[in-house]
Design a protein around this ligand. Structure first.
Ligand code: TXA
Ligand code: MG
Length: 334
């Protein structure tokens, strides 16, 4: 069932029922190495302990850390914790951890209050595609593969939750940046939070593949604001013989480009929060234009503090594009 949350719409089924979870993977064509998040109705870890999670696997400091982070629930934060015995292998893709999140949306909370046990809910898009932020998006993405969608209106946040790994000793690593920023996590914990950095010895999120959130139309990222790279862009349009071109702009702009059919502005007010709310809807709108080429201005450096919302935006955009335009050499694989 399509389920609204404050971040994006999820495709929900009982997380402890392997048959139900298998149908989620099938509906999304999702690779089974990518684990699902179990959504819970209560912000109390004790209610989950021994079944969904296993806090006995953590040292005291790990347990304290996990409990402290639940002060941010309900909200856009997924905690990766030791997995409890009731969680099937398929839900966690065989990992010995499980991602749990208490969402902050009245419809999601109402449903979770009525069902027994957690709901697995990946974003309700076909695997690798743009995450849905309205009920209509879910229907367009999944069609007959979804039986019903609860319409809770457009998602307030618009980007997926931050995914955070809690080690036995309480060390915290931000695996996926999202709306709960590193600064907020550090404030709650009173100590530093690490960023997952591609170091293979560090915890990782199997879903953080390089191509994701992807439109079907060829999509290139500019090296900077369009006004500073007009020649590069004109060359790219000519090289590709693109007759219909559309732009994902950061701020309000009226560019003169050959073949330009639409401009989607991410942040009319310059705020990362506004851009997060609009990003996936803008990508969807651009992808529906039957354009030959989509171009995106990058998220401004000034907004990209490590682990902040600007970082999350840059992360999603980097995965959505096919490549980047470089000022001299043309596009390089992104
Ligand atoms: O905001 C959200 O988190 C949305 C809404 C629907 O709640 N859900 C969502 O689910 O984004 P999904 O499946 O699209 O992304 C889940 C991410 C993936 O990158 C996955 O690899 C990671 O969380 N993840 C889940 N369980 C994990 C685990 N045990 N260890 C590491 N990463 C995990
Ligand atoms: Mg997803």
């Amino acid at each position: 069932m399509g389920l609204p949350t404050e971040t994006v719409y999820g495709l929900a089924a009982r997380a402890l029922d392997p048959g139900a979870v298998a149908r989620i993977y099938a509906a999304k064509s999702r690779p089974t190495f990518n684990p699902l998040i179990a959504h819970v109705g209560s912000a109390s870890l004790d209610a989950l302990d021994g079944r969904v999670i296993d806090l006995s696997q953590l040292h005291d400091e790990g347990r304290r850390t996990a409990r402290r982070l639940t002060s941010l629930w309900p909200g856009p934060l997924t905690l990766v914790l030791p997995r409890g015995p009731a969680v099937p292998d398929l839900t966690t893709a065989g990992l010995d951890t499980v991602g749990v999140r208490c969402p902050d949306h009245p419809v999601a909370r109402a449903l979770l209050a009525r069902v027994d046990g957690p709901l697995a809910a990946p974003s309700a898009n076909r695997s690798g595609r743009i995450s849905p932020t309205t009920a209509d998006d879910v229907v367009r993405e999944l069609g007959d593969a979804v039986q019903a969608v609860l319409d809770g209106g457009p998602c307030a946040v618009g980007l997926e939750s931050s995914v955070v790994f809690i080690a036995r000793d309480g060390a915290v690593t931000l695996l996926r940046p999202g709306a709960t920023t590193r600064a907020t996590l550090e404030q709650v914990l009173g100590r530093p939070v690490a960023l997952a950095d591609g170091d293979p010895s560090r915890p990782r999120s199997p879903g953080m593949t390089s191509r994701h959130y992807a439109p079907d139309t060829p999509f290139l990222l500019l090296p900077g604001p369009l006004q500073d790279h007009t020649d590069t862009v004109l060359a790219a349009i000519a090289d590709r013989n693109a007759r219909r071109v559309a732009l994902l702009a950061w701020g309000p702009t009226t560019p003169l480009l050959p073949g330009l059919v639409e401009v989607q502005v991410l942040a009319p007010d310059g705020q990362a929060r506004t851009a997060a709310h609009r990003l996936f809807a803008a990508l969807r709108a651009l992808d529906g234009l039957q354009a030959d080429l989509l171009l995106a201005e990058p998220i401004p450096d000034s907004l990209v503090a490590d682990g902040g919302l600007g970082h999350a935006l840059r992360d999603r955009l980097a995965r959505a594009v096919d490549g980047r335009l470089t000022p001299r050499d043309g596009p390089t694989p992104g």
